[in-house]
Design a protein around this ligand. Structure first.
Ligand code: PMP
Ligand code: GLN
Length: 382
């Protein structure tokens, strides 16, 4: 009755819905993407230390300088990207707020924004809230590659931006250099901005290599790179994310950021300075941990009637629903959580153009071994 027009098309997040059902039905939660274990104890100790040292009041709106400095060092060291910590980095309340502030700052009503589907759901809502028009390019089964022609044809004279997520939620794809180059080529040719959501940049399996699109020639100036500490340090509830962009774009993003959250929790930022300063030491163990989980869930699913799509990155895996069940993803996910005690995510909500999502479920494997085994046991009952 009192709602603004612009929220009429905004759905309730599937993650909230499935996690609520998981609690209600006491189900194993392989749905919403978060670890069912905490990040490192030393990181909690650092946050507590910062609190006891009195670092409890507002941080500067763009984030504490020491965190921006350490992040700029990591971009240089890992990707040879130069970002000036004083005017090109913003600390946000998770990648979610970075996405919202960026899209709100840069999209005008009527601007078209290209999304690869399945998309991370906040992109669509953010674009709609800004009055933009989402246009979809499908990552098709079984490889979840995009069709070059489809992407080229989706671009019109109204297109302003492409939103690209790599490593990709929910498919687990890590895009090849060739695929990234083609997106860059089109962005340059058509003078488009690119949001590159790289929250899973360090969650890579086997020999996958992450190539930030901003590292390609002439791309840094038109790319807003977004990432999050929540994934890398297993603390999704701390909600500390980042946006990297040229000074002009950063200024625009910070105009929205200052009236969205103003600043992000201070002790958490101090703890993250320490965490990122020891990233080199931390990453091998982190990667091994998730590689073991990816391998385990893949093996476990092979014993069920679902067909797994091997994940190359992120902590998600798509599985095909057995055809003989003759049921779509939403119906099956509902049945599984209510009757079989396991929560999954029905991915059709991440599609707008294609119906492919109806034939799959998304599983999150950022879970303890026991949770994965327990969840798979329930899926085996199908
Ligand atoms: N982008 C993607 C692709 C994600 O999967 C998520 C959350 N899992 C986010 C953004 C949001 O990240 P944050 O929790 O840091 O807000
Ligand atoms: N990104 C997480 C996922 O894909 C969920 C984050 C959220 O619930 N907002 O499951």
């Amino acid at each position: 009755m009192f709602e603004a027009e612009r929220i009429k098309l905004i759905p309730t997040s599937i993650f909230s819905t499935m996690s609520r059902l998981a609690v209600e039905y006491n189900a194993v939660n392989l749905g919403q993407g978060f670890p069912d274990f905490s990040g490192p104890t030393w990181l909690m100790d650092e946050a507590y230390k910062a609190m006891k040292e009195g670092k409890n009041q507002y941080a500067p709106s763009n984030g504490i300088r020491s965190l921006r400095l350490v992040l700029s060092g990591i971009a240089k060291k890992y990707y040879d990207l130069k970002w000036n910590c004083d005017n090109e980095i913003t600390i946000t309340a998770g990648a979610t707020e970075a996405l919202y502030s960026t899209i709100t700052a840069l999209i005008n009503p009527g601007d078209e924004v290209i999304l690869f589907e399945p998309f991370y759901d906040s992109y669509q809502s953010d674009v709609i809230l800004a009055g933009g028009i989402p246009k979809y390019v499908t990552l098709k089964k079984p490889d979840f590659c995009y069709d070059h022609n489809e992407l080229e044809q989706a671009i019109t004279d109204k297109t302003k931006m492409i939103i690209f997520n790599n490593p990709h939620n929910p498919t687990g794809r890590v895009f090849s250099k060739n695929e990234i180059e083609f997106i860059a080529e089109l962005a340059i040719k058509n003078n488009l901005l690119v949001i590159s959501d790289e929250v899973y940049e360090f969650l890579l399996f086997d020999n996958s290599i992450h190539i930030p699109i901003a590292t390609l020639p002439d791309m840094q100036e038109r790319t807003i790179t977004i990432s999050s500490s929540g994934k890398t340090f297993g603390m999704t509830g701390w909600k500390i994310g980042f946006a990297y962009a040229t000074p002009k774009l950063t200024q625009a993003i910070q105009k929205v950021h200052q009236w969205t959250t103003f600043a992000v929790n201070t002790p958490g930022q101090h703890a993250m300075v320490y965490a990122f300063s020891r990233l080199d030491d931390y990453l091998p163990e982190f990667k091994n941990l998730y590689q073991r989980k990816r391998d385990l869930i893949y093996e476990l699913i092979l014993k069920t009637k679902f067909k797994p799509h091997l994940s190359q990155g992120s902590y998600f895996m798509m599985v095909d629903i057995p055809e003989f069940l003759n049921i779509n993803d939403v119906e099956l996910a509902t049945k599984l959580v209510k009757e079989f005690g396991v929560a999954t995510i029905p991915p059709s909500v991440f599609y707008s153009k294609s119906k492919e999502g109806e034939s799959m479920l998304r599983l999150c494997f950022a879970k303890n071994e026991e949770t994965l085994k327990e969840g798979a046991k329930k899926l085996q009952l199908i």
